[in-house]
Design a protein around this ligand. Sequence first.
Ligand code: FAD
Length: 392
Amino acid sequence: MPYSAPLDDYNFLFDHVVGLDKVRQHDRFEDASDDLTRAILTEAGKLCEEVMAPLQRAGDMTPSYLENGVVRTADGYADGFKAIAEGGWIGMSANPEFGGMGLPMTVTTAVNEMMSAACLSLQLAPLMSQGQIEALEHHASDAIKDIYLPKLISGEWTGTMNLTEPQAGSDVGALSSKAAENGDGTYRVSGQKIYISWGDNDFASNICHLVLARLPSAPAGTKGISLFLVPKYMPDENGEAGVANSLKVVSLEHKMGLHGSPTCVMQYDEANGWLVGPEGGGMAAMFTMMNNARLGVGCQGIGAGEGAYQHALAYALDRKQGRTPVEGGSGTIVDHADVRRMLLSMKADLFAARAIALSCAVAIDMGTATGEAEWKARAAFLTPISKAFGTR
Ligand SMILES: Cc1cc2nc3c(=O)[nH]c(=O)nc-3n(C[C@H](O)[C@H](O)[C@H](O)COP(=O)(O)OP(=O)(O)OC[C@H]3O[C@@H](n4cnc5c(N)ncnc54)[C@H](O)[C@@H]3O)c2cc1C
């Protein structure tokens, strides 16, 4: 079924509920005028309706698979990702110094939700890159930023996050992946990670993994965890993907849904990487990516809900059943008060979830623009709520 981008809902929320205006009043986001924001949403809506929505079913019917150690993606996904990358949608909120657009997170959040509704499993690929970009912007050395950020923002390379291990899911502090110094500023990382979204693909020329691991003599628990950037191919002297690193995709998970997104078991065998952030500061650094992903995953829930609502409404307007309970009714089930109640409840829940996610994004933007602790605290408060309520 076609997807129709709910642009009026976003514009209403921007103007009358979450107050995008106060974000625009700060120098940092003064370019994100009302006209520009509307034009961006319209263009994103077109991409979602015309390019991404037609891929949703393809991704489910022809899931990604592993072939000779390389993940082959669903039919049309490579072209879909190219369209997302070429439109600049990956780096919407990224630093313009590295090729990003520097737009408010509020606008990115609306676009991410639309893309999730149109094709959730493909949208997860740029979402992972967005989180990694934010983590590197905040915690990586200048040398790493110079090499990786332009490639991730342009979509030439993609990013992943590697926390989970077979014995360490909710309890991340139980992870046992190890890292050791090579003596030349690099580290070698070993261990197995599971459930790694978009751990590999056949459309990016390099895959950049952010991996949590322990250095020798690190304390137990989360305080002993450090973060490493481990690329599939080591960058050569020109910053291009060079020799293969010592890591591989072992297998893909077979999931109930989300078949277009390869959820990988990754094996690292003394793979070379760089420390991101201080030793023992891995959880704090990874939380930048995780918080980005938490809001993003909340929006995925809202997007999936919007898609379900649009299907339900179309069905209710089409399905003829029983006697029409109202005079001059259409004869379809939408004439029943209880069907309308269910549809309106869905719409109201979606509106509330969207308002919470966008309020969270406004708080993030205000924190960025003003540096004020109150806004940062509000963003920290609303991020898990956006994820929990949006996904529920
Ligand atoms: C589609 C998909 C994509 C994913 N992508 C990534 C990714 O890209 N990178 C990554 O690192 N990870 C990823 N994950 C992993 C995800 O983060 C983990 O699934 C999550 O951390 C939970 O771990 P677990 O599945 O091992 O569940 P468990 O920790 O085994 O939990 C199982 C159940 O027990 C409950 N439980 C556990 N501990 C407690 C407790 N102390 N108190 C009360 N209840 C508890 C949980 O709530 C849950 O209901 C992905 C998972 C999925 C399904």
